[in-house]
Design a protein around this ligand. Structure first.
Ligand SMILES: Cc1ncc(COP(=O)(O)O)c(C=O)c1O
Length: 435
């Protein structure tokens, strides 16, 4: 437990991650691909397996009830984490990718017609491109693009131009680029889209771990993310959707538990959110995700709120606050950017230094005459984990005129020493590769 006023204790945080307890510890700078998982999450999942393992919403026995309570408690935690109005606006999926596919299939198939258009930004991950391309092939809709400016920010004038056609039904954009680390002006995009009668889906796969996302304040219509980038398990994702929209959407997958009744002639779907959760859901994973959120932020909010009778210096928390995470991650990224910039021939992608734009989560770069795969392979041999390639953002890389880049990404457990070790290793690798 930490006092409210205590600064973020990184050593204390790192001790909670089995992966980081290895000796010597790996230099893990690939949290944008997958964050590591703390003991609290693993313990909650093991605890569920040991004492509550049973299917949910089916059995009448005690374990089945306990399991259902744990699963629905996880849903409530996600609801609080996102500040969603209703818990049935939270749908558990396999991943962020599946959540976006759910919207493209279920909402897209039934609400779009030929000549309707959707808008994407040039920053998008393939998970927020391909489902819409598939819809384009099936329905004859148009996919319109927001280009990016010199800082990597989606061009609002493109959005305004597309919206003026009156054909745009949904704008689907990332809340945080997994390559450039920039956050588009979400409030403005949502306001402009709504004014033009279009919906907005936010791909929060990256943003979810780096900034508070309040779906009511943002007023987004859909929001998708995966558990594994938020210190939670794999195999679980979330779709948030406004209740009034989810109610108009047909089920995405068919199977057990998503029905009210099945006849020989057909079926009627269940109410929300069961309608979208066909078959046995990822129960242990949902419990793990809820715990990850409590571990990270929600737990402390709840605990502080519950201790309103205690004087402020008696208030304790079990989690970390965004007010701690954000300055820590900001200072890591600034340190990484400054250090990388010292390497000759290294080019940082993203905002220009004088733009004053804050980036989050990652910094990507290219190095003259060195292929990102060669660089990351050499670093990998020294237990330094970076990511190389197009990061599932081929259109963005094409737009930037490069085939691939190298990405360094941070999490709440990252240290400046890890960044220094990485920068030093890049300098050495470069010498080796250029000789
Ligand atoms: C911005 C963004 N969107 C979507 C995804 C897809 O997430 P997942 O593979 O967990 O479904 C990722 C994963 O890297 C991402 O970075």
């Amino acid at each position: 437990m930490m006092d409210i006023d205590m600064p973020l204790d990184i050593a204390f945080i790192r001790r909670q991650f089995p992966f980081l307890r290895a000796s010597p510890p790996p230099v893990y700078l690939d949290s944008a691909a997958m964050a590591q998982v703390p003991d609290a999450v693993l313990n909650a999942m093991t605890q569920w397996e040991h004492s509550s393992r049973a299917n949910v919403h089916r059995g009448m026995h005690a374990r089945a009830e306990e399991s259902t309570i744990a699963y629905e408690a996880a849903r409530s935690t996600v609801q609080q984490f996102l500040n969603a109005k209703h818990s049935d606006e939270i749908v558990f999926t396999k991943s962020c990718t599946e959540a976006i596919n759910l919207v493209a299939r279920s909402w897209g198939e039934t609400h779009l017609q030929e000549n309707d258009a959707i808008v994407l930004s040039m920053l998008e991950h393939h998970s927020n491109i391909v489902p819409w391309m598939q819809l384009k092939d099936r329905k004859g809709i148009d996919v319109l693009w927001m280009d990016i400016d010199e800082n990597g920010m989606p061009r609002m004038e493109d959005l305004e131009k597309h919206l003026k056609t009156g054909r745009v039904k949904i704008v689907s954009v990332t809340a945080l680029s997994n390559v450039l680390g920039v956050t588009p002006d979400l409030q403005k995009i949502i306001a402009l889209a709504h004014e033009a009668g279009a919906l907005v889906l936010l791909d929060a796969a990256q943003a979810i771990a780096h900034m508070p996302l309040d779906v009511q304040k943002l007023d987004c219509d859909f929001l998708a993310f995966s558990g594994h980038k938020l210190y939670g398990p794999t195999g679980i994702g979330v779709l948030y959707g406004k209740r009034k929209l989810l109610e108009t959407m047909p089920p995405f997958l068919g199977g057990g538990m998503m029905i009210r009744e099945v006849h020989t002639e057909g079926f009627t779907p269940a109410d929300l959110p069961a309608k979208f959760e066909a078959g046995t859901p990822p129960i242990a994973e949902a419990v793990g995700l809820g715990t990850a959120m409590e571990w990270l932020v929600a737990g402390c909010r709840l605990q502080v709120a519950n201790s309103s009778h205690a004087s402020s210096n008696q208030q304790r928390r079990t989690g970390i606050l965004w007010d701690d995470i954000q300055p820590h991650e900001q200072s890591l990224l600034q340190h990484a950017t400054c250090s990388l910039q010292q390497i000759s021939g290294l080019h940082i992608l993203g905002p220009t230094p004088d733009s004053q734009l804050l980036t989050h989560g990652c910094v990507s770069f290219t190095l003259d005459s060195v292929h990102p795969h060669d660089l990351t392979e050499i670093l990998g041999r020294r237990s330094i984990a970076l990511r190389a390639g197009h990061h599932c953002c081929m259109p963005l890389h094409k737009r930037l005129g490069i085939p691939a880049s190298t990405r360094l990404s941070v999490g709440v457990y990252t240290t400046k020493e890890e960044i220094d070790a990485c920068v030093q290793a890049i300098v050495e690798a470069r010498k080796k590769l250029n000789t």
